[in-house]
Design a protein around this ligand. Structure first.
Ligand code: PLA
Length: 945
């Protein structure tokens, strides 16, 4: 009990809650509230705001949302302070777009922002790289006569500087002076920092002077920043003067200040002062990190002050710090550069760096610098591993020593090992050879360079196994070929072997000089192989190859659903049954054209011209379709808040949305249920939207994995896209209950997820299209902005007509118009505009009350026949004495039964009984008839025995 009767007051409650929140003790704060309620003190808006703020700071936005939910349940609406906490919370987590969205939410709730909301908002805009928007906010603040706070200006100045508008920041700063706002010291510091970062030393000096006159006293941050700026602009003396001013004011020096000062002193050649500083720093026990030590060691080495450098090395050891990989190398490099080769070698052996490549490279460089090139060559030859730096530095120095032939030999060796040498060094060698009269060598070298480049292009290093189109050919470098064991003696046969696949039978017959001929032939073979490889490559990358444009195109795998129909059609058996694709059949197994559709066709026959529909399709059809999904009298339709276009049936709607998602939320992903209609994966894959999955089906219970689903929804990053089946889930036939949909919707709200409904079977779940949109209705009631893909393939039997609709619910009419125009823009280069006939059929059926009634009846008939077949299949299986449970056949709804048959069992059904279905065990109940249900049940019984 944290509250006791006697001193009861809401104020006291709030004080208690606030102090616990401040101390990060949220559990206690909650306990106080519970106690309060028990004693009759109800938390008020201040209490809740304190909690929201604490949760935002210490826990996370989701937790804060929960508090807001409780708050609303208690009848208290969030106010500007609540929203400010949320916005600040999102901003702190760098979720800047989220902050802007929250700001919009606040606006929508009719809550006016205060100066703090504006401040955070400005900060977000800057972070998002939108200084113009931030500027607009500042104008709004001034225009609405809100009093800007010093923070307002700090944010503006900082933001402008960081976005590269230093001059505007300066202008704003001067404007402050003119308006007699006295800028705070922090404002000065921010401006100085910004100016410093863009190298504006002049302005820094002026502002620093102003600061002195303004009555503020510069603090350590000011001094440090100005000093840094001076050093950065190489004004070491000025920097050092600032440093002494700072010291005279008694500000303590930190590691950073020491380091920059020492570095400046060294750069101005005041080694003595630098050492004094270093000693002082050590005396003061300032701790440096290893990177700072490395910087200092490097500076000392450059100055040739190795004593100090080694001193620092000792200090590092004494402090128990770990040297990183550079520390010793810096010293070794410094010693080499200073010509102290012996010391460097001593250091190398002390550290056990004998076979260290970097250390050896330093040594080679040092030896060459000080004219000991032969020793460098000696060292080079003894090295086991070399890199391009090793080669480049030696070749470069050999050129300097005018030893071009040796340089060219090394250069070749370098290429042969698959490494590069600097272009200018290559040129120096070639020029050098030519100038010294070795023209032939230069020419040879050049062709070798070309060859090396070609090989590099082929991605080859030392040896190549290449495909030459006619057969496999193993090739080595030319020299390697000639050195093959036994090559010289049985050269001809080896070569013949090499060249046979290329159609060369007698390579040597016409030549006198065998060895030259051999070399030449190998080289020719080489070139042919390389050419074939190049051609092969370019054919892979889409260019023309010699034999065919599409040689690299492999047959695509069969579609798991439509491939079943193909196989079914190819089967001559009279017993064959197709329960693969989800297409409705009558009880004779024949495709059905609905009576309402036939009547509509009669009515429109001849009235139709063949003009293009607009890019967005038939307006009338879209209007009727939206009514089916959003409700006959939906306000969203009246307020024109829905962006909708006619689509190429359900698939086209999904694809159009996926492309839209990729274009306008390029970094987003899509969460897809497991399992789902197989084509969903293809659609979002081809739209290049990364896919994630969420739990949906529980194989043991053959029902919904609600807990798994909710966990995945909760764990997905806020603002994720989810694909949901509005009803009659394909393939499982398992839908969430109404209560579960409500919970899903609530969690989506908490997490700010986007729900995209694929509604391919409206009417097939319950027999009534209106009842089947329950899920969508719940989401709409909860205020979600959703997207819907609708299809008339199944519920109007218009499979091949490809009529459907994509809709996206927007914030207002303006946004809806923008979204619609973008959807049309996406459609235009894909298929320009949708087909007209089916759309006219749909609008005729739905636009006529009698035809619509007939349609509703026919939908119900189809659904009822399927339900009847479910019972028949189950009963048949049970009658046959199958010991397994077949309850799920009648529990599941919609067009499919997710039977639980394994892929092997499905294969047996197909091979032994000519029954075709997808390998995931999905049975399209629409293909089951009174005539085949017994046969089907028997076959299933057989394969599940
Ligand atoms: N969404 C789902 C969940 C589907 O099952 C289907 C069709 C569609 C969209 C797309 O239908 P539409 O483009 O023809 O409007 N699924 C079928 C056919 C019926 C198919 O795979 O294309 C199936 O057998 O699963």
């Amino acid at each position: 009990m944290y509250m006791r009767r006697g001193n009861l007051s809401a104020k006291l409650l709030n004080i208690c809650v606030a102090s616990f929140c401040k101390a990060k003790q949220l559990v206690k704060a909650e306990a106080v509230i519970v106690d309060g309620i028990r004693l009759g003190i109800l938390p008020n808006v201040v209490t809740y705001n304190t909690l929201v703020d604490a949760y935002c700071r210490f826990v996370g936005l989701d937790a804060a949302y929960c508090v807001i939910h409780r708050m609303r349940e208690a009848g208290i609406n969030p106010d500007v302070i609540t929203y400010n906490s949320l916005i600040a919370g999102a901003t702190k987590k760098n979720l800047f777009s989220k902050s802007l969205d929250l700001y919009e939410d606040m606006h929508r709730e009719g809550i006016s922002p205060n100066i703090w909301s504006y401040n955070i908002l400005m900060h977000c805009y800057f972070k998002l790289g939108k200084p113009d928007e931030a500027n607009k906010i500042l104008h709004e603040i001034i225009f609405h006569n809100f009093s800007p706070t010093p923070v307002t200006f700090n944010i503006m100045i900082n933001g402008l500087c960081k976005n590269g508008y230093v001059d505007n920041a300066l202008m704003l700063f001067r404007y402050l002076h003119r308006c007699r706002f006295v800028p705070h010291l922090e404002t000065y510091n921010i401006l100085i920092n910004g100016l410093c970062k863009s190298g504006r030393l002049g302005a820094v000096k002026r502002i620093f002077k102003d600061l002195g006159e303004s009555g503020h006293k510069p603090n350590a941050i000011t001094y440090n920043t100005v000093m840094k700026c001076c050093f950065r602009s190489k004004q070491y003396d000025l920097g050092l003067e600032i440093m002494s001013q700072m010291r005279s004011k008694g500000y303590t020096y930190d590691g950073f200040a020491y380091c920059t000062t020492i570095s400046a002193l060294l750069k101005t050649g005041r080694i003595y002062d630098a050492n004094a500083f270093m000693e002082e720093m050590m005396r003061n026990g300032i701790e440096l990190d290893i990177a700072s030590y490395n910087t200092l060691i490097n500076l000392y080495c450059k100055e040739g002050n190795f004593e100090a450098a080694f001193g620092l090395l000792d200090k590092i050891e004494k402090e128990g710090l770990e040297c990183d990989q550079y520390t010793h190398m810096i010293i070794i490099n410094g010693l080499c550069k200073a010509g102290k080769i012996v010391e460097a070698q001593r250091q190398i052996s002390r550290m056990g760096f004998h076979s260290n490549l970097v250390a050896s490279n330093c040594l080679i460089d040092g030896l060459c610098r000080y004219g000991q090139i032969d020793r460098a060559i000696e060292l080079f030859e003894s090295m086991e591993i070399k890199d391009s730096i090793t080669y480049t530095s030696l070749v470069h120095n050999l050129c300097k020593a005018r030893r071009f032939r040796y340089a060219s030999k090394l250069m070749l060796a370098c290429f042969r090992s698959g490494m590069k040498i600097l272009k200018c060094t290559q040129r120096a060698v070639l020029d050098g050879l030519r100038d010294s009269g070795y023209r032939n060598d230069a020419r040879k070298l050049q062709s070798r360079i070309r060859l090396a480049k070609m090989l590099k292009m082929l991605g080859s290093k030392e040896r190549w196994v290449m495909e030459c189109g006619v057969g496999h050919l193993k090739l080595c470098t030319i020299d390697d070929c000639l050195l093959q064991p036994g090559f010289r003696s049985s050269g001809e046969s080896y070569l013949a072997l090499l060249l046979r696949p290329l159609g060369v039978t007698d390579p040597l017959s016409c030549s006198v000089n065998k060895e030259r001929a051999l070399k030449r032939c190998v080289f020719m073979a080489f070139r042919t192989v390389m050419m074939s490889k190049v051609l092969h490559r370019s054919s892979v990358s889409g260019a023309r190859s010699m034999s065919s444009w599409w040689r690299s195109v492999e047959p695509a795998p069969k579609d798991p659903i439509l491939g079943v129909t193909e196989a079914f059609l190819a089967d001559p058996s009279p017993d064959k049954v197709n329960v693969g694709v989800g297409a409705y059949r009558d009880d004779n197994g024949k495709p059905v054209v609905l009576e309402c559709v036939r009547e509509a066709e009669r009515r429109i026959a001849g009235s139709l011209n063949m003009e293009y529909l607009p890019m967005g399709g038939s307006v009338k059809m879209v209007e009727e379709t939206l009514k089916l999904a959003y409700g006959e009298n939906s306000d969203f339709i009246k307020d024109k808040r829905i962006a909708a276009v006619q689509s190429l049936s359900g698939t086209g709607a999904c694809r159009l949305f996926a492309d839209f998602q990729k274009r306008f939320r390029p970094d987003s992903q899509i969460y897809i249920p497991v399992p789902t209609w197989a084509n969903h994966h293809n659609i979002w894959r081809d739209a290049q939207v990364p896919q994630r999955t969420f739990h949906y089906y529980h194989p043991e219970s053959k029902g919904l994995d609600f807990a798994g689903l909710m966990d995945d929804v909760k764990n997905a990053p806020n603002g994720s896209f989810f694909l949901l089946h509005a009803c009659a889930h394909n393939p499982t036939g398992v839908d969430p209950s109404e209560e579960q949909w409500r919970e899903i919707s609530y969690q989506f709200k908490v997490k700010d997820h986007f729900a995209f409904f694929d509604m391919a079977y409206q009417g097939f779940a319950s027999g009534d299209p209106e009842r089947d949109v329950k899920s969508i209705k719940i989401f709409l009631e909860d205020g979600h902005h959703i997207g819907i893909a609708q299809s008339y393939a199944k519920n109007m039997g218009l499979y091949g007509q490809r009529v459907g609709c994509l809709s996206v619910l927007c914030e207002d009419e303006k946004q809806a118009l923008a979204v619609k125009s973008q959807l049309q823009q996406l459609a235009r280069p894909m298929y320009s505009n949708p087909p007209v006939h089916g759309a006219l059929v749909v609008s005729t059926v739905l636009g006529d009350p009698d035809l619509k009634k007939l349609w509703l009846k026919e939908v119900k008939d189809m659904a009822d026949r399927i339900i009847g077949m479910r019972t028949a299949l189950r009963e048949n299986l049970e009658k046959l004495g199958s010991p397994l449970s077949w309850e799920h056949i009648t529990n599941q709804i919609g067009m499919f039964c997710y039977s639980g048959l394994t892929p092997e069992q499905v294969d047996r059904l197909t091979n032994e009984f000519h029954i075709y279905m997808t390998r995931n065990g999905r049975i399209s109940m629409a293909g089951v008839t009174t005539g085949n249900v017994g046969y089907l049940a028997n076959a299933i019984r057989e394969v599940t025995k």
